[in-house]
Design a protein around this ligand. Structure first.
Ligand code: BV8
Ligand code: ZN
Length: 262
């Protein structure tokens, strides 16, 4: 299987990649599903906190969730999986070939590893957006405001509006994480870029994702129906395996350096 994949990669002119939380697992960032994951936070399902309804009801709770994840992600480094993808992009560029990386992850570790052509389908945990004027800026402050210095007491609406980060453009709007919540649409430019990559590539790699979140997980079907060869690299079996031309089970940080060593 590896040899056939190597010859496929060698003759490929346009490689597109979709990554998920599994590529950051070896950087000690927990995944949402699968073994060793924890889709719960303080007994809240992630899909119940990372959504507009939760923001409407209790923005302080949503910020507590993101403050906790920013604190956990703040000192994490990219791993061999991120590095292998950045090296592959460089190699293909040197051969005048095309490489496009589409990620579902919001930790920005692909950028830290040196990847350049990255489409962040679900945004970045290190960007904030004003709910009033739409102003977007990078923000790496942990805690996000002093009020989040200590754990909440747990009762509803523990944090008040005055505790939340405010827009610095003078509109006094509240800042939210610039990520795509469940039930929110992805940015048109990002999803169009991702569809284009899936339609035009001749090799589509799906790495470290349970392939359950839409519309990201529809990309492999688009690639396949556009004639691309497809490969799934994941710690355990996923719903995308049965249709893929290549399947490699194991840790991305161990598999990718070998797979890309052509
Ligand atoms: C939308 C940012 C239109 C927030 C995230 C059909 C069509 C359209 C929409 C839907 C649909 N069906 C359902 C929906 C709704 C929903 C959805 O998909 N729900 C799921 C739960 C069923 N989709 C949406 O709401 C999307 N919006 O479609 O807009 C619309 C509008 C209104 C109403 C309806 C539709 C928006 C989705 C974006 C949500 N935001 N992130 C945040 O993170 O705080 S998604 C979130 O899940 C993360 O980004 C995460 O990356 C992502 C996907 O999960 P995975 O990356 O796959 O991670 P997971 O843990 O699941 O899997 C990791 C894998 O790695 C495992 O298989 C594991 O085995 C493996 N692994 C572990 N270690 C390793 C490893 N592999 C290799 N090496 C290792 N070492
Ligand atoms: Zn503003």
């Amino acid at each position: 299987m590896k040899e056939i994949f190597h010859s496929q990669l060698k003759k490929s002119r346009y490689v597109a990649v979709l990554t998920g939380a599994g590529v950051s697992a070896e950087s000690n960032i927990p995944t949402f599903r699968g073994s060793g994951s924890n889709s719960l936070w303080k007994n809240h399902e992630v899909t119940q906190v990372a959504c507009p309804q939760a923001w409407e009801k209790d923005p302080g709770l949503v910020w507590e969730f993101y403050n906790y994840r920013r604190k956990m992600m703040g000192d994490k480094k990219f791993n061999l999986a991120h590095k292998a993808l950045a090296d592959l992009e460089k190699k293909l560029q040197d051969q005048q070939k095309t490489f496009s990386l589409i990620t579902q992850n919001i930790d920005d570790l692909h950028f830290d590893a040196g990847s350049k052509n990255v489409t962040r389908l679900h945004g970045s945990i290190w960007m904030v957006r004003c709910c009033k004027c739409g102003y977007v800026e990078k923000n790496r402050e942990v805690p996000i405001t002093n009020a989040f210095n200590q754990e909440s007491s747990g009762e509803k609406n523990h944090y008040k509006v005055e505790d939340l980060p405010k827009c610095k453009q003078g509109c006094d709007g509240i800042l939210r994480p610039n990520v795509v919540w469940f039930g929110e649409s992805l940015s048109k430019s990002n999803i169009n870029q991702a569809f284009l990559s899936a339609q035009n590539c001749d090799l589509f790699l799906v790495i470290g994702t349970s392939s359950l979140v839409q519309p990201a997980s529809s990309l492999i079907q688009i690639a396949k129906s556009s004639g691309a060869k497809t490969a799934v690299i994941n710690l355990e079996e996923t719903v995308a395996d049965h249709d893929a031309d290549f399947v490699f089970h194991g840790k991305a940080g161990e598999i990718l350096p070998e797979l890309f060593s052509v």
